[in-house]
Design a protein around this ligand. Sequence first.
Ligand code: UT7
Length: 332
Amino acid sequence: MSRITAAITGVGGYVPSYILNNEELSRMVDTSDEWIMQRIGIKERRILKEKGRATSYMAAKAVKELLAKTATDPLDVQLLICCTVTPDMHFPATANIVSDKAGLANAFSFDIGAACSGFVFGLETGRRYIESGAYQKVIVAGADMMSAIVDYEDRATCPLFGDGAAAVLLEPAADGIGIMDSILAVDGSGAKHLHMHAGGSLHPPTHETIDARQHYIFQEGQAVFKMAVSKMADVSVEIMERNNLTHDDIKFLVPHQANMRIIEATARRMEINRDQVMINIEKFGNTTAATIPLCLWEYEKQLKKGDNIILASFGAGFTWGSIYLKWAYDPK
Ligand code: UT7
């Protein structure tokens, strides 16, 4: 009997309509289009501006598009995993709110908080539910409203991030397609380099934490950059080697979109060309858990059944990982 694998059978996505470009940012902080393009490679990012809308709004939009595209009855979905570090609220889980908004009345749901590796960790988790044989329809969403935690007075972080969401459907497959292999890792000692200081149980919100601007992203850019370059490339090369893949075998690398220089370094180590790399950092920036599924959403029409795809991520935690999958369907 052939082994059950978990295959992505559809992708949905959503980005807000408001575009925050480098010109507008240059009027907010002391920066320039030239610096941001040279050091990061981002031209513009999407921002969810409307009051009363947050991460669950974007994730539900992505999930609804996914259900429509795959002609899936919302009542058939058994599990929704929402990967996010910008939940609507500390609790309940944003996944529960998304399930409600998207009509997934028979699903159970939970959040995964692995920052920029959220989608990779979520996909690995969803995959195992499918492989168990007990679940046939699992949705994994990556969704982040980074504008809610970006300090728009800090020029070192505010150009980097944007808002967005995307979701994939996982279903069982048995003919040698779907998710083949994964490598996930964390190093909790990296927390000091990239975190949000206050608002949790260690430093509950006070007037002092607000005055000290501790409810925003704190990042030591260079320390994170160095680790990201080495870990994302290491893990991508390792997954290629242990699956006997050479650069010619890879249709696409789907890297987390944090910095164009990190993406290029990973591609160089894998010895693949730029046209084998999914890139949308220039227009969406770093949407944290949403970058990788948003790439799949945008490049879906270029993918064919059997294509070898490698996902690679690095983010706060530190968290990093890589997934090797064989794409499951031709363009529809
Ligand atoms: O997705 C989560 C994981 N995060 C990442 O992967 C991000 C990793 N880090 C990075 O991408 C980069 O470190 C940054 C893009 C954040 C920063 O680039 P960098 O080349 O490491 O710059 P830097 O922090 O070393 O700063 C270089 C200079 C400094 O000025 P001085 O001290 O040399 O005079 C900064 O003050 O650039 C200055 N600078 C800016 N200048 C214009 C910092 N931000 C800006 C800015 N505009 N926005």
